[in-house]
Design a protein around this ligand. Structure first.
Ligand code: GRG
Length: 300
């Protein structure tokens, strides 16, 4: 399969749907919607919604049926980035190669844009559950996403990350942080897509293992790119993690071992997909792409 054209098509689908949820607003609260749209349409890869669509596809479902949930997940992801960039958190001035939300709109509006995105995500999922032919499935998926984003998922990872800043890094702490901060929403995207498409328990189990490996591999790749990636490739300054004394995989393991860990996670992720039919090809290629961006891989 041609991953590039698959990603372009899927990204277009997600973008069109997101634009319907957040059309330009000429009335009050104009500036708030501008701030939401600024971050939502600033060139994100749409990885999480694409994973939700691809997981639905892998179990024989219709990707468009999970589109509202896929969009909701992207709204949650965007909120997390806006808040993560705030001066009280990572204090970043650049995201995706552009000034961050609080730099453009001020801190107050940036916080509110994040709040609006998070809240709207749950409205979209609740609407979907309300009109779904299978509301139980939709409610299950919504709960899964809430758990992954909340006090025991992404928010917990972010809190642990703030606490660990400047501390001597150790592997259990780095894993605790990244499994929650980055891994949980990636895993929930895959599980929600598969659940909504009616995955069998054995399929859901394998896709969950794939998602866990992918979530961690994604973070390790991100850490490696922070050390080795050029700003043109990553959209952010090189070496930010080291400057902020962040606990990262390369800091704990060293670069070669971090790369090896990412490759091993990729192997495990691909092994979980082995019994799936050709419809799982996008999930396979996405995993190879994520790890391949940061580590050289043998040709498939
Ligand atoms: C504020 C509650 C709260 C949580 C923030 C996700 C997160 C938690 C912080 C982001 C910090 C960061 C840069 C983590 C590295 C991995 C990561 C999530 C990168 C950004 O995801 P991409 O590459 O982003 O999918 P795009 O720009 O493509 O949407």
């Amino acid at each position: 399969m041609n991953l590039r054209s698959y990603l372009v098509r899927r990204r277009r689908l997600v973008d069109r749907a997101l634009r319907r949820y957040f059309p330009p607003n000429r009335k009050q609260p104009q500036r708030l919607i501008e701030a939401v749209r600024y971050s939502l349409f600033s060139g994100g890869k749409r990885l999480r919604p694409i994973l939700a669509l691809a997981a639905a596809e892998a179990v024989g479902g219709e990707p468009r049926a999970v589109l509202p949930f896929a969009c909701a997940i992207e709204m949650i992801h965007t909120y997390s980035l806006i808040h993560d960039d705030l001066p009280a958190m990572d204090d970043d001035a650049l995201r995706r190669g552009k000034p961050t939300s609080h730099v453009v709109f001020g801190e107050g509006l940036a916080i509110l844009a994040g709040d609006a995105l998070l809240t709207e995500a749950f409205r979209v999922m609740a609407d979907c559950a309300g009109t779904s032919r299978n509301p139980r499935r939709a409610l299950h998926a919504m709960r899964e996403i809430a758990e992954a984003s909340g006090a025991h998922g992404m928010v917990a990872g972010q809190a642990a990350d703030l606490e660990a800043e400047g501390a001597a890094p150790d592997l259990p702490t780095v894993e605790f942080i990244h499994v929650r901060k980055t891994g949980a929403l990636i895993l929930a995207s895959i599980r929600a897509g598969a659940m909504l498409a009616g995955a069998r328990p054995s399929q859901l189990h394998r896709l969950s293992r794939y998602g866990e490996c992918l979530g961690l591999a994604f973070q390790i790749a991100d850490d490696i790119l922070d050390v080795e990636g050029l700003p043109a490739q990553t959209g952010k300054m090189q070496g930010r993690d080291k400057a902020r004394r962040k606990v990262t995989f390369p800091a704990v393991l060293g670069l070669p071992a971090a790369k090896e860990r990412a490759r091993t996670l990729l192997d495990h992720a691909l092994a979980e997909l082995a019994p799936f039919p050709a419809a799982a090809a996008p999930l396979r290629e996405i995993a190879r792409f994520i790890v391949g961006r940061a580590c050289e891989l043998p040709r498939s």
